[in-house]
Write a protein that binds this ligand. Structure first.
Ligand code: SDX
Length: 432
């Protein structure tokens, strides 16, 4: 559909009213009915729990075509970025919607590298929390607490928001590694400015003060790929949360802290941890793959095929395709084998041949294979969603900045359909 071929308006007949609503057409031909004047003209609102049919914004950052399994960042296919780019370059692409010039990339890399250290007072926050606390809760707290070190009365300027973005992108790996080190009682490792972004994260995670530690380049490249694949995904639950919190005028750190909390849910980013736990339960004989799949089809079983299904993709998630192939590469290069990969592929094969999954267009999503690679890199299972958050950080920030720059921005405040009690008078407790 194009602006030329799409209808200019949609006609709505409501009782004795007949109104025309403008039709918007996106850069890739997607159509939207502009209902901004609907309530004023008809007194009615629309009803769309989960917002699966509702566009909340326009955006120049990421495009998904769920039917065709397409993901592009500012026009660049995820397959090309995964194979040829780097996470820092993709960060710049999301933030500017253009690939960086060499000079821009060098200067951006310098800025990110020189903001990785954390204020020494913030380290005490980690020490004050239980070692067994889930790292997503610790990360959300730490990112929210960053706003206390960079606070300012009143709204920040675009320049101040930009430096906050640099700080957040740079410090998130340090925060993540500090979460992990605190949970295992090891000393926190300071970042190293001579390492790449992914290698530095691995160094802070697995290095110790007792001996030299040089991250394996294969592991660092695999991690950089994982971060690229998680970088942005248009208006998913956590990103729309970041936009919503930012719409009230809250600062970037507070908005992203809320996004981390939203990502933690098992239906969203928490699924990558749930997938590995699901595969382990099958590996350890709790039930066979086929028995598991039969349960996953029964609504009241409380069992879901984690890592499968997607609100937008009704085809194979392009990121899952890349991750599935990367599993073999990374395990091979590291000389590892993992029976969980065989189980994952068995589950996928069963699903692709089962009408329950085929009819509902349930395919592997980004979380189905990512955990196999995280595990091969030595990342502990309860840190998987934290690594998702590190990858998603440039997406959250770019979408938040895009909202702040929107001249028509408004606070997010959906309506509802009230279905509760109708007017009645108060009665004293004695008379009830
Ligand atoms: C991410 O939005 C994004 O872009 C997210 C993300 C990103 O990059 O930000 O891509 C990352 O969050 C990926 C999704 C990770 N979550 C999981 O893997 C959890 C398992 N999947 C689901 O619970 C589910 O598929 C969702 C939450 C992902 C999508 O839910 P929807 O769109 O609300 O779909 P639904 O729950 O209405 O399901 C439709 C039908 C239902 O059956 P019927 O009512 O038609 O009989 O499909 C069934 C569901 O019961 N179904 C599943 C299933 N997913 C959906 N049945 C078994 N196993 C599943 N995984």
């Amino acid at each position: 559909m194009t602006n030329e071929t799409a209808p200019k308006t949609a006609r709505l007949s409501l009782g004795d009213q007949e109104i025309e609503l403008p039709v918007m057409v996106g850069a890739e031909g997607e159509m939207a009915i502009d209902i901004r004047k609907l309530r004023a003209q008809t007194g009615a609102v629309t009803f769309d729990p989960g917002l699966g049919n509702t566009g909340a914004c326009t955006s120049n950052i990421t495009f998904l075509d769920g039917e065709k399994g397409i993901l592009r960042h500012a026009g660049y296919p995820i397959e090309e970025l995964a194979n040829q780019s780097s996470f820092l370059e993709v960060m710049w692409l999301l933030l500017h919607q253009e690939l960086p010039l060499k000079t821009e990339l060098d200067s951006f890399t310098h800025d990110i590298t020189h903001h990785t250290m954390m204020h020494e007072d913030l380290k005490r926050l980690f020490a004050s929390l239980p070692k067994a606390g889930h790292p997503m809760a610790v990360c959300a707290a730490a990112v929210g607490a960053l706003s206390t070190f960079y606070q300012k009365e009143g709204p920040k300027t675009p320049e101040q928001n930009w430096i906050d973005a640099i700080r957040l992108l740079a410090k998130m790996p340090t925060i993540a590694a500090y979460c992990y080190k605190h949970s295992i009682g090891q000393p926190l490792m300071y970042p190293r400015n001579d390492l790449s972004y992914a290698a530095n994260l691995l160094y802070m995670m697995f290095g110790t003060p007792c001996e030299a530690y040089e991250p394996n380049p294969v592991t660092a490249r695999a991690l950089d790929l994982l971060l690229i694949l998680h970088a942005d995904h248009e208006q998913n639950c956590s990103t729309s949360t970041v936009r919503t919190v930012g719409s009230s005028g809250a600062n970037l750190f507070s908005s992203v802290s809320a996004g981390i909390s939203a990502l933690w849910g098992p239906l969203h980013g928490g699924a990558n941890q749930a997938v590995i736990e699901m595969l382990m339960s099958i590996r350890d004989g709790e039930r066979s793959a086929r028995e598991f799949m039969e349960l996953a089809k029964q609504k009241d079983s409380g069992v879901r095929l984690m890592g499968f299904g997607h609100r937008v993709y009704k085809n194979y998630d392009p990121r899952a395709k890349i991750l599935k192939s990367a599993c073999d590469d990374v395990l091979g290069q590291l000389g590892k084998r993992d029976p969980l990969l065989d189980i994952a592929q068995e589950l996928e094969q069963i699903a692709l041949e089962d009408s329950y999954f085929v009819e509902r267009k349930l395919y592997p999503n980004v979380d189905f294979y990512s955990g196999i690679i995280y595990k091969a890199l030595g990342i502990p299972t309860d840190m998987f969603t934290v690594f998702f958050a590190i990858g998603r950080m440039p997406g959250w920030i770019s979408q938040w900045l895009e909202f702040q720059a929107d001249p028509d921005k408004r606070i997010t405040r959906p309506r509802q359909i009230y279905t509760g009690a109708t007017p009645r008078s108060y009665q004293k407790v004695e008379g009830r």
